[in-house]
Structures are given as C-alpha cells and as structure tokens.
Design a protein around this ligand. Structure first.
Ligand SMILES: O=C(O)c1ccccc1NCC(=O)[C@H](O)[C@H](O)COP(=O)(O)O
Length: 214
C-alpha cells in the first residue's frame, strides 16, 4: 500500500508553512472562514501563497462561500484546489468546479455508514470527497474541531471517487487510522497545534513521519 498524501490544514504563519514543506506534506490548507481561529485575510493568504508557490500545493478552504469570495481568493492566492466544507450540494460543487476550472474537494460529515453512502452523490461533481467527523449540533465550525469518527466505517471501502480522511488525526493516531482505513490522503489541523490556530512545527514533522510509517 502506498503512503497516503498529506494535507496540513489551517496554516497561518510562514514558519508553519515552511515546516509543512520541510516535512514533504503534499498540500497546505488555507482557511477562509472568519469564525475560524485559522481564518486568513486576503492579504495574508496571498503572502503565504507567494511563499508556497511551486513548493507545495495550496488548498483554499471555504464554507458556503459566495462565488465572488472564492474568485477573490483564487486570484490573490493562485490556489491549486478549492475545498468546500459547508452544506454545498452536488450542483453547487459542480458549478464551482466549472466556474474556476480547478479541482474541487468536498468535505462531508460522518457519524454513520449512511453518511459515507450519501457522499457518493458527489461523484462526477467533486474531484475528491473528504470524510470528516460530524460536528456536534450548534458547533460554531463544521471542521477543525479535533473530533474522530469510527474509522472502521471506511475499512475495505470501495470508493467511486478519490477520497481522504480527516477528523481528530494527530501524530499519535494517524498510523493506526491509515492502517484501518487505507486512506489515500490524510488531513490534519488541530492535531498539529499547540493552541487553536497555532501550528506546532515539531508536531507537523511528527505527523508526516507517522502518516508514512505503514
Ligand atoms: O480548520 C478550521 O478552522 C476549519 C473551519 C471551518 C471548516 C473547516 C475547517 N477545517 C477543515 C479541515 O480541513 C480540517 O483539517 C479537518 O476538518 C480536520 O480538522 P481536525 O479535526 O482539527 O484535524
């Protein structure tokens, strides 16, 4: 089994970005969602993107965002991938993909097997579906919460489209998560932080090492 691709999400500083690049992560995630402690203003996203250019692929993360906001960020930060982490339906995902001509990843909340089956409705609309833990009712954010779901729901999963695993991953559990699910991509945010929105460079390095330790 090949090692999974790795996305470090919610980078907010040049030091964290450099740590992700040094650890050979495949993707750097920039969160554009004001309620998040990882939210980046346009100028900050553009500055990180300029530093990242050609060194790591950039994923811009949006939550039920207006197309005009996505357009602003795509223009300022030349994203490689657009990640939609809200309640976007397959038609909305397909429209964003057509509008920007970039790969679109759709995050989907999982707490039971049905959630995984339902995610398959994004085949043909999204380029990848990202399984993340379902947030509790009333949560202020739909992701980046450090919550794990039952990985055995994905054991032996035969997917109709590319997929990735997120939700409560950390250096301590990512090797086990990959062993159980055989995820082709893993995505982490709070598990490599010392405080919400503050990435820890040593944890980024450890996470990448453990994700490949299969
Ligand atoms: O990270 C955020 O602040 C965030 C805010 C709103 C929607 C999604 C968000 N993060 C999405 C990610 O890609 C995370 O990596 C994923 O949800 C897993 O987060 P975590 O459980 O903290 O590793």
């Amino acid at each position: 089994m090949p090692a999974p691709e790795i996305k470090i999400c919610g980078l907010t500083s040049p030091a964290a970005l450099e740590a992700a690049i040094a650890a050979r992560a495949d993707y750097a995630g920039l969160v554009i969602f004001p309620p998040s402690p990882r939210h980046l203003a346009l100028a900050d996203a553009a500055a990180l993107a300029a530093r990242a250019a050609g060194r790591i692929k950039l994923v811009g993360l949006f939550v039920d965002a207006a197309e005009s906001l996505v357009a602003e960020v795509v223009a300022a930060a030349s994203l490689d991938v657009i990640q939609l982490h809200g309640k976007e339906d397959p038609a909305r995902v397909a429209a964003i993909r057509a509008a920007f001509g970039k790969p679109v990843w759709k995050a989907t909340a999982v707490s039971a097997r049905d959630d995984i089956t339902r995610a398959e409705t994004f085949a043909g609309a999204a380029d990848l579906v990202l399984f993340d833990a379902k947030p509790p009712k009333g949560a202020a954010m739909p992701g980046g919460l450090g919550l794990v779901f039952d990985w055995t729901l994905l054991a032996g999963y035969k997917a109709p489209l590319p997929w990735g695993l997120a939700g409560g991953l950390s250096p301590a559990n990512v090797a086990e998560a990959v062993r159980v699910t055989k995820a082709p991509l893993v995505d982490v945010s709070s598990g490599v932080e010392s405080a919400p929105g503050v990435k820890d460079e040593a944890l980024i390095k450890q996470f990448c090492r453990e994700a490949r330790a299969i």
